[in-house]
Design a protein around this ligand. Structure first.
Ligand SMILES: NC(=O)c1ccc[n+]([C@@H]2O[C@H](COP(=O)([O-])OP(=O)(O)OC[C@H]3O[C@@H](n4cnc5c(N)ncnc54)[C@H](O)[C@@H]3O)[C@@H](O)[C@H]2O)c1
Length: 352
């Protein structure tokens, strides 16, 4: 059997410090016969030397584009704009199957090169459960940033930190007032992370999931001081908040953190803003009087790059060791389905 060739690519986004494979797991892959090339990357939380010490090959950033055609390119977030035609199999979070802006263009790039997208969000078990996810840490950070903002202690710009540092900042200072918080999507990975961060901050958050939003009680929602939205919407649903709700005199809500960040998607349950926030300016004021602040950062787990990478890598490792089987087949099928939905013809892909 030919050895699997994997290339761990550099992430073009300068704030992306996470990695889907940490050095200790890279060693496990190499020991099992995988040829693992790791691109140099100035911001990755683990230096490339640690991968070299684990038996990986080293290559310059961006060299995946000229890697042998059977190479599977592994990353986390968006690809660079070049090369336009994508001929390899790419494993990453493409955010392209829920009608997000730019989806058709990206799928077209795969069609142009004959490559394939194996989207990590769709790497699922027989029951459809995600096999590797950053959700817990996304929710943890979403709630943590909301707490810090609400208490007037959120720094800007944001910078990566460690859980110990973050938890120290979260503990309430003497005399700090209490507030109410609501987590929606509370039973999911992000929702559980949010609940945990709120507990660290000394806040017992109200938790809603599908059962509680079926017949949405907006006045109750608006009656909380802080809201963290952590739902994974897979079908259009009535919005949790509309523009008019922000002007409701009954609004107690002051801080809104949208972990879901489905802005631009028809499934968006918070259509009250039109662009995400980022690390430089994490907060955008949606209303002045009374104030309502929005945090909508789409790479939250990157703020805890070491912890979130280690958890993700541990979950992904068994899947990489079984590359091509079971879950990967479903992942490839989902790619072809998305291409069909976009009217991209079958038969143009070489990795079936
Ligand atoms: N901002 C970031 O950095 C970041 C990082 C990772 C994930 N995410 C996003 O966070 C979201 C949640 O991810 P996850 O891994 O926790 O998903 P998950 O599937 O583990 O949990 C989602 C939860 O939402 C609930 N839900 C779905 N629709 C709902 C509705 N209408 N009302 C109430 N509850 C509803 C589900 O029942 C489930 O419990 C996703 O949209 C994901 O893309 C964001």
């Amino acid at each position: 059997m030919t050895a699997l060739r994997l290339c761990l690519r550099h992430e073009p986004r300068t704030t992306e410090r996470r990695t889907p494979v940490v050095p200790s797991d890279a060693r496990r892959l190499v020991d099992s016969g995988v040829v693992l090339t790791v691109e140099e990357s100035p911001q990755r939380i683990f230096p490339v030397e640690e991968y070299e010490a684990a038996g990986c090959r080293r290559a310059p950033a961006g060299s995946w584009a000229s890697a042998s055609p059977d190479t599977v390119v592994l990353g986390l977030k968006e690809l660079p704009d070049e090369p336009v035609a994508l001929s390899h199999r790419h494993v990453f979070f493409a955010h392209a199957y829920r009608q997000q802006p730019g989806a058709a263009g990206l799928l077209g790039r795969f069609a142009a090169g004959g490559g394939a997208l194996l989207d990590l969000e769709y790497l699922v078990d027989d029951a459809g459960r995600r096999l590797a996810a950053f959700g817990f840490w996304a929710g943890y950070l979403g709630a943590a940033l909301a707490v810090l903002r609400h208490r007037g202690r959120l720094p800007a710009p944001l910078a990566p930190t460690t859980k110990d540092e973050l938890d120290a900042a979260l503990r309430p200072a003497a005399g700090e007032g209490e507030f109410t918080a609501l987590v929606i999507g509370a039973l999911g990975r992000s929702g559980r992370g949010a609940g945990t961060a709120f507990r660290t901050a000394g806040v017992d958050a109200t938790r809603w999931d599908l059962a509680e939003t079926r017949d949405l009680d907006r006045p109750a929602l608006l009656g909380h001081d802080v809201l963290v939205n952590a739902v994974l919407a897979t079908a259009p649903a009535p919005p949790f908040l509309r523009e008019e709700d922000l002007d409701s005199p009954a609004r107690r809500l002051r801080t809104l953190c949208d972990v879901t960040c489905d802005v631009g998607s028809p499934f968006n349950v918070l259509p009250v803003y039109d662009r995400t926030t980022g690390w430089t300016e994490p907060v955008r004021r949606l209303r002045e009087e009374p104030p309502l602040d929005l945090i909508a950062i789409d790479n939250l787990p990157s703020l805890l790059p070491r912890e979130s990478s280690a958890d993700f890598s541990a979950a992904l490792l068994p899947q990489l060791l079984a590359f091509g089987t079971g879950a990967w087949g479903r992942c490839l099928d989902r790619f072809h389905q998305a291409c069909r939905e976009h009217g991209i013809a079958e038969g143009e892909f070489r990795h079936d």
